[in-house]
Each structure stands twice: as structure tokens, then as C-alpha cells.
Design a protein around this ligand. Structure first.
Ligand code: FES
Length: 86
């Protein structure tokens, strides 16, 4: 996982099985930084209360988080990662 800031956005970049995904980095339940969480097969587990978010859909798979993470489109060109943030 990598963390990346752009303007006021805090973005998480994750490699899931060789494919790159990008999402908001702050847990939707409280103010935990997901880049310090645990990477799973399909997502990331929050370090604070252990909700796991699917990083392909943004959907939390268990409580206490109920609100999905925002997911960003990712494009890879010539080994550069581009994230569509608008
Ligand atoms: S802050 Fe992430 S699950 Fe509570």
C-alpha cells in the first residue's frame, strides 16, 4: 500500500494480486488512516476498529463502518500510475 495526498484528498493506493486500486484513505467510520491498516486479498482492514473495505468496490464488509469508501479510476501507462480524482 502507498499513501498519496492531492489537494485535500487523502488517497490510498493498493496492489491486490498485481492490479492497482485507489480509494480514499480515511476510514468512513472514524478518522483512521487505512494506509496503516492490514492489506487483505480484496481490500484493507482498518487499524482502529477492524472494518474491512473491499478496495474494488469501496464497500465495507463488516461493521462498524457502513459507508463505502470513494473509489478512483486508475490507469497505468509506461509504469506510471494515474488516478482520476475529479
Ligand atoms: S475507524 Fe475504521 S472501523 Fe472505526
Amino acid at each position: 500500500m502507498l499513501d498519496f495526498d492531492h489537494d485535500d484528498k487523502k488517497i490510498l493506493i493498493a496492489n491486490l494480486g498485481g492490479k492497482i486500486y485507489a480509494s480514499d484513505r480515511i476510514c468512513t467510520h472514524a478518522d483512521a488512516d487505512l494506509s496503516t491498516g492490514i492489506l487483505t486479498e480484496d481490500g484493507v482492514t482498518c487499524p482502529l476498529h477492524l472494518s474491512t473495505f473491499n478496495l474494488k468496490t469501496g464497500v465495507p464488509e463488516n461493521l462498524p463502518a457502513e459507508v463505502p469508501l470513494k473509489i478512483y479510476n486508475v490507469k497505468i501507462e509506461q509504469n506510471e500510475i494515474y488516478i482520476e480524482v475529479n
